[in-house]
Ligand binder design. Structure first.
Ligand SMILES: [Zn+2]
Ligand SMILES: [Zn+2]
Length: 179
């Protein structure tokens, strides 16, 4: 029996607006995809059964059933996490020293009283993971240069950095330090 039957044409969006179903090619062959006709919504629906749209419906439709999440290097996860928390990375002024990549990014963190060990500036190369962390290290203002593999089992300064962005985000301190 064909999955869904006549259901798709009758199903409405979660916002109750009508859906426009289309047949699309995907890794599983062909599938049905619906766009909500409410211009204020625009949600894409992939499940033909009412109320059963999975969170990853669109990803599964586009990537097929067997796709596993792509591996991300630990520094790439940190970069992405900082963005999700509301921080804004800027392209760093020099390209990456060790690998020459242009994917060198800079993040500045707001200083907090009582948190003298927080890094205040981070340069991170998304290509190789080379990282420069500026802050008070061992009681002195210093810049520490780390290789990408320092992220595998993060050294203290990277653990401090990870904790700092979580705490700053909780305090709403993700403001753009550059402007
Ligand atoms: Zn809708
Ligand atoms: Zn690099």
């Amino acid at each position: 029996m064909r999955r869904g039957g006549r259901g798709p044409l009758e199903r409405r969006c979660a916002c109750q607006a009508a859906l426009r179903w289309e047949t699309c090619e995907n890794p599983n062959g062909q599938g049905l995809l619906a766009l909500c006709l409410n211009p204020g919504c625009g949600i894409i629906t992939t499940a033909p059964v009412e109320g059963s749209e999975p969170d990853d419906g669109l990803a599964r439709f586009l990537l097929g059933d067997d796709s596993a999440p792509r591996y991300l290097a630990p520094w790439t996860r940190f970069w992405s996490r900082a963005i999700a928390l509301g921080f804004r990375w800027k392209p760093a002024q020099p390209t990456c020293g060790p690998c020459g990549s242009e994917l060198a990014m800079e993040l500045r963190l707001a200083p907090r009283s009582g948190h003298y060990h927080d890094p205040h500036r981070v340069l991170l190369c998304l290509a190789c993971g080379a990282t420069l962390v500026a802050g008070r290290i061992d009681g002195q203002s210093r810049t520490l240069a780390l290789e990408g593999r320092a992220w595998d089992e993060p050294v203290l300064v990277l653990r401090t950095l990870k904790r700092a962005i979580e705490e700053l985000a909780l305090e709403g301190q993700t403001w753009d330090f550059f402007s």
